[in-house]
Design a protein around this ligand. Sequence first.
Ligand code: NDP
Length: 246
Amino acid sequence: MLKGNVAVVTGGSRGIGRAIALRLAKEGADVAVLYAGNEAAAAETVAEIEALGQRAKAYRCDVADYDGTKQTVEEILSDFGAVDILVNNAGITKDGLILQLDEAKFSAVLDTNLKGAFYMIKHLYAPMMRRRKGRIINISSVVGLTGNAGQANYASAKAGLIGLTKSVAKELAGRNITCNAVAPGFIATDMTDAMPEKAKQAVLSSIPMKRTGLPEDIAAAVAFLAGEDAGYITGTVLKVDGGLCM
Ligand code: NDP
């Protein structure tokens, strides 16, 4: 149970992030929901958390903006008093083979998916260290382990998140703060819905469990890593992919 804990979930307005925010709330956590621009979706997540009897607040915050994330973390600390759990989930794709992958597309994905996580960790590092308590969970991807044609930017960011996870885990282990990554496979959200039908069928046919993952499958893994039972687990990458990557 996560009663009395405060969680921050970036990209909590939709998809996997929303499922994580709701699952942590079901376990008893209060939740700060960060989103990029979809105010209605963020408000819906907040309403659902409140209906579960937990406190929640939405913050419009582009995780790729250093000053913006700093200010948002200050607001969250002032609103909730402390942060126990940080879930770096916000992410985007801008796919293309290297020939079409210009510098702007490469940088945008690195800025949001990798630097965004670093910014959030940086701003919460000292507050968590002082309390000698914290759980940091970064949402990577199996693509960060395998690479993927047409996703050099995304795979680089997701692989980078694994290096970030292990470095933070080593830096903060002595302070009772764990840092782990979850690597989802193919999960049904707006992100994967945007893929061409042929590509979707190709991935689906290569999943040993023969089904698409659900956001709730990822949320369950995050809840485990955030909970008391995972107190001795740090620096790990937990694949949740129906066997896609082994
Ligand atoms: P969605 O596209 O469904 O949702 C993305 C979420 O991230 C939204 O809440 C969006 O906010 C938020 N977001 C996007 N950019 C920013 C930003 N710059 N600052 C703050 N928030 C931002 O994605 P998924 O739920 O599918 O993916 C969530 C995470 O899981 C991502 O990191 C993704 O890479 C990873 N993942 C997903 C897989 C999948 O199959 N779906 C597989 C492997 C990993 P808003 O609503 O305001 O736009």
